[in-house]
Design a protein around this ligand. Sequence first.
Ligand SMILES: [Zn+2]
Length: 127
Amino acid sequence: MQTCVSCHAEYNQNEGEAPVLRCPDCGSRTLDDAELAGWKRLRDDLGHEDFLPVRIFDGPVDRALISAIFDDEGVPYVVHGGGMFSDALSAQNGYGVLLVAEDSEAKARRLLLQYDEAVVDFPSDPA
Ligand SMILES: [Zn+2]
């Protein structure tokens, strides 16, 4: 069974059928039972953890790329604010604040460093 991460719709699949990886209703990704159990466990664990801010996104691309990297690396994160609001808080916080669980802070900072270096080193003028 696949469960949608956004609307929690559940999709059963028959033997030999490909799983539904994108929710047809809302377009979000779905998780299989093992993944879902993993995320539930993680959420329970994280309920006891402090989240630390590690970065303020400086733009939508920054936000999208870093979110993708953290997804790939399996670093749990939340994004607070940004983008959708036009109040004073979001102006102050740019495109959102990235927070990671205390346990993952070291890894998160290392990934961010790699990301920043990769951006700086990116050849703007291919020889
Ligand atoms: Zn959905």
